[in-house]
Write a protein that binds this ligand. Sequence first.
Ligand code: G3P
Ligand code: MG
Length: 254
Amino acid sequence: MVEPFSVPSPWVIAHRGYSGEYPENTMLAFRKAMEAGADWIELDVALSLDRQIVVIHDDTLDRTTDLSGPVGDFTFDQIQTADAGSWKDRSFAKEPVPDLWSVWESVLKSDLGLNVEIKSSAYESEPKGLPIERSLVDFADSKNAFSRTLFSSFCWDSLARIRELSVDARLGVLIGGETPDWEEALELAFRLNAFSLNLSSSIASREVVEKIQSEGFQVLVYTLNSTEELKTGILTGADGIFTNYPPRMRSLLT
Ligand code: G3P
Ligand code: MG
């Protein structure tokens, strides 16, 4: 079986699955990413009202489902009744919001790796129940999944909690938006013994990529989609690139 942490770089990381053509963060998009030759799949997770893990990017259900309101205002069962496909195209009607455990298990059966990005909204400084980080680490532990999983977050407290819970977890420190300072991120990466720094393409110059790599960390860059963007990203020497169009990137590498 292929070890996803050992595949040649740059890794083709399907951002929210093959989300350029299929509804993001759905089983359909993940399956299509596998068929399209991605090395890794990235997805986003948040908590439902009843503290189940929901695979979704936004803090609300509005953009990607037919429900409306904050993810945390709905139970998991309610969210699973939503149509998460029609917004992309009517032909994807009724594609559900997937269950993380099913996605993870199907990725574990493949040669791909899974990047679980914990949304900042899911981090609780004083957890009101089982923290999301505990659920994720327990699952990875029970499935022997640490060697095929990368946990990442813009919420560095969430990464610190994962590290407290597991020495085996591989961590990606996300940089951009709310956490723009890559030098600060580098310090954190040392403290947490992280695997990678995951950089916004806006700051991922060749120089920055090389500097971070020379400190012993991998560099994964998000999110590059056009052929031009992908070519530029590949030339930075990044170890992996998040893209909504995995076949496009794959064809540039072959
Ligand atoms: O993990 C890379 C990328 O997914 C981070 O940004 O907003 O697309 O989750 P976002
Ligand atoms: Mg993401």
